[in-house]
Design a protein around this ligand. Structure first.
Ligand SMILES: [Zn+2]
Length: 276
């Protein structure tokens, strides 16, 4: 089955589904505390959540690029389907010339590896400067409890396997037709990518939202993998306000399909007609 795709500017954008992420509802948090958390969850009414893990292939005039890579084989058989989705879309791993990461978490970065080898042997890696600096810092690593060190290991392995091909990017223009937007909080350097076309612009927003209906309606709902929940909430609001105000199309690592965002009540919602 071919991956869903759409044309934006000079790019054909393909959504590659890597797997499904399941987590207990206990991983949901709320900026205004336990009572607000409980009432948001009661209204939502589900015992667990299960969301897509997506990455994106951008076929453009300067080659084949990926945004994120899925979890690879590191997280078990529920993941690791992105390479097959890439093949189904008509491409080989060797054709990928650039991989951009929204952030360094495992379900976005571990797909870069096939065991101890590079899955994308001809690719340069563009990684948010904020994540490379934070998760590459020895002093911060030493102060971090062992169970929270996986992103530090990922940065070390990126450098080991991809060597000189690992590069940092900052917010602003990064590549032809593509700019990075700083959306910190989920990780220090967490970023979205804006692909500008005419008339449509697409924001690929990474992990701004994990639970679409819940977090659009109430952006104060967070997720305990947000490293700085307050900052992640401000970035979520900023991304939602920008998408609604600018009438951007949006896609995300953990939402299904392509949407438009509109203001609704105190929060936001996906526009009815927007699912591509
Ligand atoms: Zn994620």
């Amino acid at each position: 089955m071919n991956a869903p795709s759409l044309s934006i500017g000079d790019f054909e954008v393909h959504i590659l589904k890597d797997g499904i992420y399941r987590a207990p509802i206990g991983d949901v948090i709320h900026a205004r505390g336990e009572e607000a958390r409980r009432s948001a969850l009661d209204a939502w009414g589900r015992p667990e959540f299960a969301v897509d893990v997506n990455c994106f292939a951008l076929d453009g005039p300067h080659g084949l690029w990926l945004i994120d890579t899925g979890a690879g084989t590191a997280w078990g058989p529920a993941y690791g389907k992105a390479p097959a989705a890439l093949r189904d879309a008509g491409f080989s791993a060797g054709e990928v010339s650039i991989v951009l990461l929204t952030h360094i978490h495992g379900d976005h970065a571990l797909g870069l590896f096939e065991g101890d080898k590079a899955r994308y042997p001809n690719a340069r890696l563009l990684v948010p400067q904020g994540d490379l600096a934070y998760y590459g810092d020895r002093a911060i690593l030493d102060a971090t409890p062992p169970e929270k060190r996986s992103s530090f290991r990922t940065v070390a392995k990126l450098r080991e396997v991809y060597g000189e091909r690992v590069e940092a990017f900052e917010p602003g223009p990064v590549l032809y037709g593509l700019s990075a937007i700083d959306l910190p909080g989920h990780t220090p350097g967490h970023s979205g990518f804006l692909i500008r076309g005419d008339p449509e612009t697409l924001l690929v927003w990474g992990d701004v939202v994990h639970l679409d209906t819940l977090q659009l309606a109430d952006p104060a709902v967070g997720f305990n993998y947000d490293q700085d929940p307050g900052l992640a909430m401000r970035s979520r609001r900023h991304a939602l306000e920008s998408a609604a105000g600018e009438n951007w199309l949006i896609a995300g690592s953990h939402i299904t399909g392509i949407h438009r965002v509109e203001r609704r009540g105190e929060g936001f919602a996906f526009s009815e007609e927007s699912n591509a």
